[in-house]
Write a protein that binds this ligand. Sequence first.
Ligand SMILES: *[C@@H]1O[C@H](CO)[C@@H](O)[C@H](O)[C@H]1NC(C)=O
Length: 421
Amino acid sequence: MSVKSWGEVALHTLLVFLLFSAIFPLTFSAANQPRNPKKRNPLASDSSSAVFQVEGNVYPLGHYTVSLNIGYPPKLYDFDIDSGSDLTWVQCDAPCKGCTKPPDQLYKPNNNLVQCDEELCAGIHVSKERQCSAPSDQCNYEVEYADQGSSLGVLVRDHITLRYTNGSVVRPRIAFGCGYDQKYSGPNSAPSTAGVLGLGRGSASFLSQLHALGLIRNFVGHCLSVQGGGFLFFGDDLIPSSGVVWIPMLASSLEKHYSIGPAKLLFDGKDTSVKDLELIFDSGSSYTYLNSKAYQAVVDRVTNDLKRQKLERATDDPSLPICWKGTKPFKSLSDVKSYFKPLAFSFQKAKNSQLQLPPESYLIVTKHGNACLGILDGTEVGLENLNIIGDISLQDKIVIYDNEKEKIGWVSTNCDWLKEL
Ligand SMILES: *[C@@H]1O[C@H](CO)[C@@H](O)[C@H](O)[C@H]1NC(C)=O
């Protein structure tokens, strides 16, 4: 009890702090410019955002997470934040295969199953046929991830606790998956989190449901710190009023991914021959994956450029496929970044709009003291021609998914605000 109330007080303090420190650094530079009055619709005037503290890192953990209170009385579960999928699910006491949490930390359904005839159930079965033999059947789901992991379960509906930036708390009932059969495969070990928070724009996502209930505007954003941690928000309060690069989402994407393009690849500000890339923003992926051609171009340019440096390939570091060692072990990215040039994606239909990747956005420093390339060959792992911008390249940017105007925006910033306390 005392722990819980302390937690709530602490969170509230964090939010107030966030509001003050967050709005200032970013609007500051706009002070001398003519203000671009934000057009507000009537709903927006009293709209508010919900903010969550993010934990985790690209290396060694490989994921960023938030903790959410679910149920009443509320219980805390940690979720991998995933802008590459819609459905949110939590490990389920059903009983469970493939659960990694102890039984007392699993979610227990309590006669709160979503029925098969509900619209929401249809929303998670867009491509596959829905198997409802009777309308009152439970609503089964299965999600498969690009890394071959999967979760199978049933949809339930329960209260989630949302705290607005203005301090108000609401506990709407939201549908999510209770996952009783998880599989993990490939090189990745079983995730340590209780579940996945799907930030996608499909109708079953938390955001779409909160928006449909009129609780939040249809925006989600994240700021993942290079130092680890950061913050996540639903709603539009924390969107900087200037400096954001906005690119329209591609409508073609069948799965309604957050994707933009076409883009060409730049190395050290100069064109490479690689163009027409479609980029999917996916916070559920630790690293960035490019198709073979683009990947090879990155490897060639970086390798070629390193010839004038005292860096050698470190073939004995198993952390990632390509690593380099210095004359002595590297301690952090700041030891490394002077050796490497920036990469960038330049959007062919939006002149002068770039997604810049400084060395920190494509390298890690491993526990062996080497610098490794955090861009991987997606074609080789079965992603075919998809290009996935993962956590490593989303760091130290506020990234905003605007589902009202269907565009994605970003601005470089320091994502450490919430950790100051
Ligand atoms: C905070 O924002 C929410 C969402 O817009 C609103 O419903 C609530 O009344 C606000 N609370 C206060 C104290 O202003």
